[in-house]
Design a protein around this ligand. Structure first.
Ligand code: MG
Length: 379
């Protein structure tokens, strides 16, 4: 089957794609609408993000299965004391929380010292992001949608089907099937996705056991064949499982693997590549796409090598500032902003509020959204 969305993730002559990992986690809070808007405004139009399911069956964009105290603040701005499981909470519980910053005293927070600290950034629903990128002006945006397997339910076919169906329904409802990849470490889940949504290609994440999980994050919960068995070719396993993309940890990939993937007609996107030397090595290997917490750094390295990640934006794309000042999820222009006046400014300090004083503007945006879309009233 030919998938139109594969082109957006395919490298070529002078071209390696850049995928923003959780938006641009290195400098903006990961898996937030603010981070996604920033990433898009940087001209990085491929977004990777993580989806889990609440107790009341709402797909939400968050990475860990439990709320992590180094990332999440309560309504009073205090770091959480309890790390409740997302699947034990309703959407209304999550909607109160603030995920706009990291606790600098935590090991996780210290991994990203350059990340901005925002007030009022919420855990998005999958619907929020789908609505944003379904709006005019975002037609070139593609989604690398990672579904997280609940480690306690990995053998539960009913739970697997429930999250796959909820996610697929949301993507289809916004007409984004042809711009979305289904992405996971859980190969059973990907098989389920392929069954119920054959129009969306599957993207297989792999990580060899020698590479430990990153501090402060759930480890990759693998439901996959033994990747370390003698004589195993991981790209062959991915191809046999029906994958269109193979997404190995960047330390695992070799030139031999890459050549084999090419022979199997697999695209190869490596994750998560954040250091200059590693990015350069991936460029040298000739992967199709680089997934990074610092997509701007990857852009710069590609340019240094005489490469690019996409076609330069046309005049109209440059003029609309690529969505930074648009209200989400409806992507309309806030009433108090005149688009014509923005052409000389590429970044809105209001939308990227970094101080408590900007809470008022956040509230203003939410009020504005309330009048347009019912879904936002839950925020
Ligand atoms: Mg992910």
């Amino acid at each position: 089957m030919q998938y139109p969305q594969l082109e957006a993730f395919s490298g070529g002559d002078g071209l390696i794609r850049v995928v923003g990992h959780r938006g641009a986690r290195g400098i903006m809070p990961g898996n937030t609408m603010e981070g996604f808007a920033f990433t898009l405004a940087c001209g990085v139009r491929l977004l990777e993000f993580d989806v889990a399911m609440t107790r009341d069956n709402v797909p939400v964009i968050t990475h860990n299965h439990s709320l992590t105290r180094s990332i999440v603040r309560d309504q009073n701005g205090h770091w959480l004391r309890e790390e409740a499981k997302v699947s034990d909470l309703d959407w209304a519980d999550l909607a109160q929380l603030d995920v706009g910053g990291l606790d600098g005293n935590s090991a996780y927070g210290q991994r990203f010292p350059d990340q901005a600290f925002l007030y009022g950034a919420r855990i998005p629903q999958l619907r929020d992001l789908c609505q944003l990128v379904a709006a005019p002006g975002f037609e070139d945006v593609h989604l690398m949608l990672e579904i997280k397997s609940d480690p306690e339910k990995m053998q539960d076919a009913t739970a697997r089907s429930a999250i796959a169906r909820a996610v697929v329904a949301e993507v289809r409802a916004r007409g984004l099937s042809e711009r979305t990849l289904m992405h996971s470490f859980d190969w059973n889940l990907l098989a389920e996705c392929a069954l119920i949504a054959p129009e969306m290609p599957t993207s297989f994440l792999t990580q060899l056991p020698r590479n430990a999980a990153d501090i402060g994050e759930d480890s990759a919960n693998r439901a996959c064949p033994d990747l370390t068995a003698p004589g195993v070719s991981v790209p062959d396993l991915v191809a046999e499982a029906g994958g269109a993309l193979w997404c190995p940890h960047y330390l695992d990939v070799t030139a031999q693997d890459l050549a084999r993937a090419r022979a199997l007609d697999l695209r190869v996107a490596v994750w998560t590549v954040n250091e200059v030397a590693d990015i350069d090595r991936m460029i040298g290997l000739g992967v199709d796409a680089i997934v990074s917490d610092y997509p701007g750094l990857v852009q710069r390295r590609l340019l240094a090598h005489g490469l690019t990640w996409s076609q330069p934006p046309n005049a109209s794309q440059r003029d609309n500032t690529l969505g930074l000042r648009r209200c989400y999820p409806c992507a309309c222009w806030p009433a108090d902003v005149n688009p014509a006046s923005q052409k000389s400014s590429s970044v809105s300090s209001r939308s990227l509020s970094a101080e408590p004083a900007d809470r008022a503007s956040i509230r203003q945006r939410e009020v504005h959204s309330d009048s347009i879309d019912e879904t936002v009233k839950t925020k």
